[in-house]
Design a binder for this molecule. Structure first.
Ligand code: XMP
Length: 319
């Protein structure tokens, strides 16, 4: 893409000018925005950028290793893999209220990021993947539905507290432009096209109390579901898809035996911006095949349901 190639050059120059020889830190979430921001800044200043990937133990199957591996090995970035699963899961023990979960995760995330950032000598800038709609939204939509109903966590307020200046090279771009820029920078297509994933991760896909046991079951079920969606060529048509493990056990039969395992809900929606959404009209064949696979392949689940709620009145996530 010619335009993106030109934009890339222009931004690389602008970042060099803004940052000079200073060191930059970046919280890498695995999402498209922070990833493209990191790749662009890396191109501009190389080793002077250090990324911190906080693993809160609420990621999908193999996600931490995949994201860190891609940036370290494929893109050559300096990435610290903050293994803080114990800390987060410990603090979340016994917590079932959705907003309390978000607050705990948001606060710990900032503490952890700050702890690792403090170890990076001489960092004076914080990189963020803020997009143009984020800039607009923080003005016109503040207090709007998705903001008041659920508190989204980010590192807002952190730069001031840590005395850092901001580098936000994507502030003029819309999502589709960020994707084009990411491709231009050599991020794999499979990565650029990934569905959005919420900051609190699997915590809000595990309604009620989070246990390691439930998380492990959820990860496996989610991996089977996404595999099914990819195999049927539906991934790019769907805006977001995931499994939620329900806080209820149900009775089933397997062979000659009776089972008493968790029920789960599949979710898949189409949307433009996440503010409104329609459930995805899977075929019954697809749903039946997926349910069979999950029950056969994932120990701990014996019942699969499909969530056909649109937003509004539902939200996309279960919490
Ligand atoms: P809801 O469930 O509010 O989700 O319809 C709309 C979009 O926002 C994502 N989401 C979050 N993202 N922190 C995030 O970073 C959060 O606390 C959070 N809650 C929801 C959700 O995945 C969907 O894309």
């Amino acid at each position: 893409d010619w335009t993106m190639a030109a934009y890339r050059e222009e931004m690389v120059e602008a970042i060099r000018e803004q940052v000079g020889d200073a060191k930059v830190i970046c919280a890498l979430s695995g999402g498209v925005d922070s990833s493209v921001a990191a790749a662009l800044i890396h191109e501009a200043i190389g080793e002077n950028l250090t990324c911190v990937f906080v693993d809160h133990g609420l990621l999908r199957l193999n996600e931490g290793e995949e994201v860190v591996g891609m940036f370290r090995d494929h893109m050559n970035l300096r990435v610290i893999h903050a293994q803080e699963q114990e800390l987060f899961l410990g603090e979340l023990e016994g917590v079932s209220d959705p907003e309390t979960k978000r607050k705990i995760i948001g606060k710990l995330f900032i503490d952890v990021f700050q702890k690792y950032a403090d170890e990076i000598e001489g960092a004076t800038f914080l990189a963020q993947g803020t997009l143009y709609p984020d800039v607009i939204e923080s003005v016109s939509f503040s207090g709007g539905p998705s903001v008041t109903i659920k508190s989204h966590h980010n590192v807002g307020g952190l730069p001031e507290k840590m005395g850092l200046k901001l580098v936000e090279p994507l502030r003029e771009l819309f999502k589709d432009e960020v994707r084009a820029l990411g491709r231009e920078l050599g991020l794999p297509d499979s990565f650029i096209g990934r569905h959005p994933f919420p900051g609190p991760g699997l915590a809000i896909r595990c309604p009620g109390e989070i246990t390691r046991d439930k998380l492990e079951i959820l990860r496996k079920a989610d991996a089977v579901y996404i595999d099914q969606i990819r195999k049927h060529g539906l991934y790019d048509e769907i805006w977001q898809a995931f499994v939620a493990i329900l806080p209820v056990r149900t009775v089933g039969v397997m062979g000659d035996g009776r089972t008493y395992d968790y029920a789960c809900a599949l979710r898949a929606v189409t949307s433009v911006d996440g503010m409104t959404a329609d459930y995805y009209p899977f075929s019954h064949d697809f749903l039946g095949e997926t349910a069979t696979r999950i029950i056969n392949e994932v120990e701990g689940i014996n019942r699969v349901t499909y969530d056909i709620t649109s937003k509004p009145p539902g939200t996309i996530e279960w919490e």
